[in-house]
Design a binder for this molecule. Sequence first.
Ligand SMILES: [Zn+2]
Length: 233
Amino acid sequence: MKQYLRFIPFYVLVIGLILGLALWGDRAVTAMAENQPVPDRLCILVDAGHGYPDGGAVSCTGVHESVINLQISQRLDKLLGLLGYRTRMLRTGPDSVYTEGETIARKKISDLKERVRLVNGEEEAILLSIHQNHYSDSRYGGAQMFWADTEGSEALAKALQTAFVTNLNPGSSRQAKQATGIYLLEHIQCPAVLVECGFLSNPEEEARLRSPEYQKQISCVIACALSQFLSNT
Ligand SMILES: [Zn+2]
């Protein structure tokens, strides 16, 4: 199959989104969601994982995961805003969101507690936590979703996983899984999915994950899958 043919579903998605925006502006989601109004109270919380002094995984070219997480989160936040959603980013700069702590370990604890406080402070929310994966074997690639043990999380994670495989990772056999041992996901009350966008240990995928084009595609896939999910619930 010619290379470009693999991306046809993605192009259709993007063209649909652009057409929707051009025709209906911030009511595009309403149209995409088959006349379901955008919920006013709902806040989409975009969590850029890690942050200084915790850089997360380090890519095969030496880029910290926290940098790529923030870039993708900023793109996703802007796109969701364009589509009419109320959004909030838990981390807006390079630093993690700790409020106290002298040591790195204590800052990390403070950071996690603060993120939980921010999420649980929203009356009606959905949390999307953006991360990048890493593994000792550079062959592995592809996005993978992890759901929290809260109502709606599993279905959203599966919808996002399908969207990633269909549009960005054709042929991937990765499946969404329940998160285990992730403090943030274990302490929040709203639907939540941790999105591992790809592997920083895979040179080909790492180059894509650093590129603005692929970051835009990821944001687009997440935003479209989320709006479709909300229209079905
Ligand atoms: Zn991470």
